[in-house]
Write a protein that binds this ligand. Structure first.
Ligand code: SF4
Length: 241
């Protein structure tokens, strides 16, 4: 497909979508604002397609319902998108319009457990990648973990944009706070999330906020939980730069 044909197709699709939601979303919005938003979405999709075009052929399944049971607790979720490569490997994708930090998937108490949970729920097939589709103007990219040749013990932390690929693997894998080099990420996720689920199931509620300065800042129950008497271990997060 030529660039012109591709852009015409994108234009048609988002025009259809705009027409469909016009009455619900845009009745009170000035036409020039709608036009600006339309053009922004067009550019975002165009740039995202450039990233998609770097990939091998795949089939795409949107909004996939999955169930995961951990420590007897059942979680139901809908995954934005699960692609399947020609060799049958899965690529799990979640759309994000804001900042992303893959390190939040890691550690004993992941701040963002959603993607690790998705991976565990899709374990019936080999997983090639687990990534966020970051659709933020000026920062369009695919950020996540790739398991090369289906080797769980060799994850790569990549940030793929339309014109470059940054590899954060060395920096993340060398930090024992994020990754245990003696076991695979899948096993760490299974163990860590099962432990957290078992605490919830058992009703265990230790006073141990992961980041007290943030978690407790607006909480009215500090007198009740007596956080000032507890000294939880800090596990502060960093942000990928
Ligand atoms: S003040 Fe206590 S109850 Fe509130 S968030 Fe912090 S640890 Fe939890």
């Amino acid at each position: 497909m030529s660039d012109i044909a591709l852009e015409e197709l994108i234009y048609l699709v988002i025009t259809d979508s705009r027409n469909e939601y016009q009455a619900q979303l845009y009745t009170d919005t000035p036409a020039n604002i709608v036009e600006i938003e339309f053009n922004k979405i067009f550019q975002q999709i165009r740039e995202w397609i450039n990233i998609e075009l770097q990939r091998e052929a795949f089939t795409c399944q949107p909004e996939v319902d999955k169930t995961l049971t951990l420590a007897g607790m059942q979680f139901n979720f809908r995954i934005d998108r699960v692609d399947t490569s020609q060799s049958g490997e899965l690529e799990i994708i979640d759309y994000k319009s804001g900042s992303v930090d893959i390190k939040k998937w890691l550690g004993k108490r992941p701040t963002e457990a959603q993607m690790p949970a998705y991976a565990l729920a899709c374990i019936e097939a080999p997983i090639r990648s687990l990534s966020y589709a970051k659709l933020k103007t000026g920062e369009i990219s695919r950020n996540g973990i790739w398991f090369e040749n289906n080797k769980e013990d060799n994850p790569r932390f990549l940030e793929i944009s339309s014109d470059s690929t940054k590899d954060h693997s060395k920096r993340i894998l060398s930090n024992s706070k994020w990754c245990n080099e003696n076991t695979t990420l899948m096993k760490q996720w299974k163990e860590n999330l099962t432990f957290l689920a078992s605490q919830i199931v058992s009703g265990e509620m230790p006073v141990s906020p992961k980041q007290a300065t943030q978690s407790c800042r607006y909480c009215d129950y500090s007198a009740f939980c007596r956080i000032s008497e507890a000294q939880p271990e800090s596990q502060s997060d960093e942000v990928l730069s």
